[in-house]
Design a protein around this ligand. Structure first.
Ligand code: ATP
Ligand code: MG
Length: 299
């Protein structure tokens, strides 16, 4: 385990257990289960910063757990209670508590399921060139960050490490996973996005878009897997600063990005160490987002 001076967890390692690390999570392979550990790492402009944000991992883990419960869709969660974790993890209980979940390892559908309620990012880029999103023609008149008339399902392939996810249309998705599964993915993705984004909107947060990943159960039904509706898999915008036509600030990252810009960070690693007050303020932003969305107190 590697902690920084503020006791933010930077790296989780468990000797003897195969591990794969993403930008924020360290995932451990326990055979029929995976242990997903959310560290306190933070990235900005695609650079992982040298310091962490204390409690960020716990906040994001709880947020995923909140959504899994709220959405009521069949999902991969086995338990988030460390006392129910396998014996081999017991020595690490204090490091893992609150920031991890044990999930059922499932057969993943090889498509990233993106739902878009607003036109931004790569969707806006494509639309402004060709009036299409994932090849589908849209009406004229949308601006950057416009709310879409209908929620779009814009899947991508799951790229191998180092490669970019490729946008695919519905026909291509059906070729890859079968017509029936493609329809099930689309319906689940759009339905889950709508349910979550309506809830978030009532609590002052716009979920502009999000990415879900699904696995398949033995009986062929979909299982919601991976992280769910966190700021790492979604664009969260504060309702209060939303303006059509301009790039809305990111609820969680904007403050850090603005600070990095103010010191002239060139977006190349290594990033600078954030001052303690910037770390503290960022921690508060995550805690508030969790509390607003869940209606629960953090700690
Ligand atoms: N229940 C599950 N069973 C099997 N695989 C899963 C399950 N849930 C998630 N996964 C997979 O586990 C991996 C989690 O990796 P993680 O998100 O930490 O890193 P990444 O996706 O490679 O990078 P990034 O940091 O950009 O997200 C993903 O490949 C995801 O598809
Ligand atoms: Mg991921």
């Amino acid at each position: 385990m590697k902690y920084d001076k503020n006791h933010a967890l930077l790296e989780c390692s468990i000797p003897g257990i195969p591990q794969k690390s993403g930008k924020v999570r360290d995932v451990f392979d326990l055979g029929d289960k995976l242990l997903m550990v959310v560290t306190d790492r933070i990235s900005a402009f695609d650079v992982i910063l040298p310091c962490g944000v204390p409690d960020k991992g716990r906040v994001l883990n709880r947020l995923s757990l909140f959504w899994l419960d709220f959405l009521g869709f069949k999902n991969h969660l086995a338990t988030a209670d460390v006392s129910e974790y396998p014996e081999v993890l017991r020595p690490y209980a204090d490091d893992l508590r609150g920031r991890s979940m044990l999930v059922k390892k499932v057969d993943m559908v090889p498509v990233e399921c993106i739902a878009r309620g607003y036109l931004t990012g790569s969707g806006w880029k494509e639309y402004s060139k060709s009036q299409t999103v994932n090849g589908e023609k849209l009406r004229v008149g949308y601006q950057n960050a416009s709310k879409l008339d209908e929620v779009l399902f814009t899947p991508t392939t799951k790229a191998a490490i180092g490669e970019h996810d490729e946008a695919i249309d519905f026909a291509r998705t059906a070729e890859l996973v079968g017509e029936q599964t493609a329809k099930a993915l689309r319906d689940a993705t759009v339905g889950l996005y709508k349910k979550a984004s309506e809830h978030a909107r009532q609590h002052g947060i716009i979920i502009a878009d999000t990415k879900f990943e699904f696995g398949k159960d033995a009986d062929g039904s979909l299982i919601l897997a991976d992280e769910v509706l966190t700021p790492d898999s979604s664009r969260f915008w504060p309702v209060s600063s939303y303006r059509v036509g301009s790039n809305p600030p990111s609820l969680d990252k904007q403050y850090v990005r603005d600070w990095l810009d103010s010191v002239g960070f060139n977006h190349q690693p290594p990033g600078p160490v954030l001052p303690d007050e910037v770390i503290a303020r960022t921690r508060e932003i995550y805690v508030k987002a969790y509390e607003d969305l869940s209606g629960l107190k953090f700690d």
